[in-house]
Design a protein around this ligand. Structure first.
Ligand SMILES: NC(=O)c1ccc[n+]([C@@H]2O[C@H](COP(=O)([O-])OP(=O)(O)OC[C@H]3O[C@@H](n4cnc5c(N)ncnc54)[C@H](OP(=O)(O)O)[C@@H]3O)[C@@H](O)[C@H]2O)c1
Length: 372
């Protein structure tokens, strides 16, 4: 019972990067053992001996050997139950962007797994489901960490959690919550077609597969909700004021049609810019959440103009920047700045969460009081 089993759900951009750059290099006696890889329709039970003997990368093994499976989430629950017999603990990593997967957390916790999420859906779900997850965590003594959901691997949630636990009077947080929008607006200059930088961000894999998920501002709004909840504030998604950069006529059409009509996207944005900030040369998409004097949380996700001297103009294109305010909303008391987007930073954040949970599992497993 000396090791911790991992079930990795979501073998896309992030999953493949983690497999190729992290898991692939673990030595034979590593205390973490990858035991299953799962995508939306395929399931691969990893046989450690096979993977060590094989000259093929794990991603290639998954591509060749995973079998078709219509309900992978249910198979994950069965896998947790089986692995619990042989391992000190089981951690499920949710590297999907799937709401359906996020709805399995309660079952997976009850089956005995701890969870690490890159997926934002559970953290920003409606309050009743969010509370159900937390009640289950309390009842089962399991762990759930989701550092990669905000600022890739930056310790934003850890800082907020510490402040909350110390009952520090946090009044708000502002930042570049979307790595893809920060990158796009870092390069964009007033008057250019915004799609020029959108297309480059898509090519670099910085956006969601459908970039309207980023452009809609919903991704920023979900992160603001996660932040508000870390601070114990009652907020729901519909209460957040969100600036959607996608024109209404292109919000519901297919992705192919969106790309065919990309000129409409550019015209919509340019018209808005000329009406709202005609003389601004630099723009940034910011998220702001704060508690008003009346104790109500207020959140907004929107473009704001920046001067060439502002800190946002100094940031590198993949850098994220967050300001945490205590009482005075003009002077931040904590600044968190660092690599905030991309597969490298994200998988490091995920791995840090896995390591933190695994350390707790191993401490518990080796505590003589817990030995039978
Ligand atoms: N990319 C980044 O830089 C970044 C940064 C921070 C956070 N994130 C978050 O990390 C997560 C993954 O991002 P990504 O870029 O890797 O996305 P992606 O390339 O779209 O990959 C998503 C994966 O999830 C799988 N999936 C979807 N529905 C599933 C289901 N019901 N059951 C099992 N697997 C399912 C997909 O399977 P199929 O292959 O079968 O479709 C795919 O393998 C997202 O939540 C994203 O917001 C990404």
């Amino acid at each position: 019972m000396a090791s911790v089993a991992l079930i990795w759900v979501g073998v896309g951009h992030i999953g493949q990067y983690w497999l190729d750059h992290i898991a692939q290099h673990w030595p034979r006696n590593h205390p973490l053992e990858l035991r299953a890889l799962v995508s939306s329709q395929r399931y691969f039970e990893v046989n450690a001996e096979l993977t060590w003997r094989s000259a093929q990368p794990l991603t290639a093994l998954f591509a060749r050997r995973a079998h078709q499976c219509s309900h992978p989430e249910q198979q994950v629950t069965a896998c947790i139950t089986a692995l619990k017999q042989d391992y000190a603990g089981v951690i499920v990593i949710d590297a999907t962007a799937s709401k359906a997967v996020s709805r399995c957390y309660v079952d997976w916790l009850q089956a005995g797994a701890d969870i690490v999420s890159a997926n934002k859906y559970a953290g920003s779900s409606a309050s009743d489901y969010y509370q159900e997850i937390h009640q289950t965590l309390k009842n089962t003594g399991r762990y759930w960490r989701a550092s990669a959901t905000i600022g890739a691997g930056l310790p934003v949630q850890d800082v907020l959690r510490d402040k909350y636990q110390q009952q520090a009077p946090v009044s708000g947080i502002t930042g570049t919550f979307s790595g893809s929008l920060a990158w796009i607006f870092h390069h964009y200059r007033a008057g250019e077609p915004l799609s020029k930088w959108l297309l480059k961000a898509v090519d670099l894999g910085l956006t969601e597969p459908d970039p309207r998920a980023d452009l809609s501002g919903m991704d920023v709004a979900r992160k603001l909700l996660i932040v508000a909840r870390e601070l114990g504030w009652q907020l729901e998604l519909p209460q957040i004021a969100i600036q959607n950069l996608v024109p209404p006529a292109l919000r519901e059409v297919s992705l192919d049609e969106f790309w065919r009509r990309i000129d409409e996207f550019d015209h919509y944005f340019e018209r808005w810019r000329q009406q709202t900030y005609p003389s601004a040369t630099r723009l940034v998409y910011l998220g702001r959440v704060r508690q008003t004097a009346a104790g109500e949380p207020q959140a907004v996700a929107q473009i704001e103009p920046q001067s060439a001297e502002s800190v946002y103009a100094e940031l590198a294109d993949t850098e994220a920047y967050f300001e945490l305010f205590e009482q005075d909303m003009t002077a931040p008391s904590v600044i968190i700045r660092g690599p905030g987007t991309g597969a490298d930073a994200t998988t490091q954040g995920i791995q840090r969460d896995i390591d933190m949970i695994a350390a707790k599992i191993m401490t518990h497993a080796t505590d003589p009081e817990n030995q039978q």
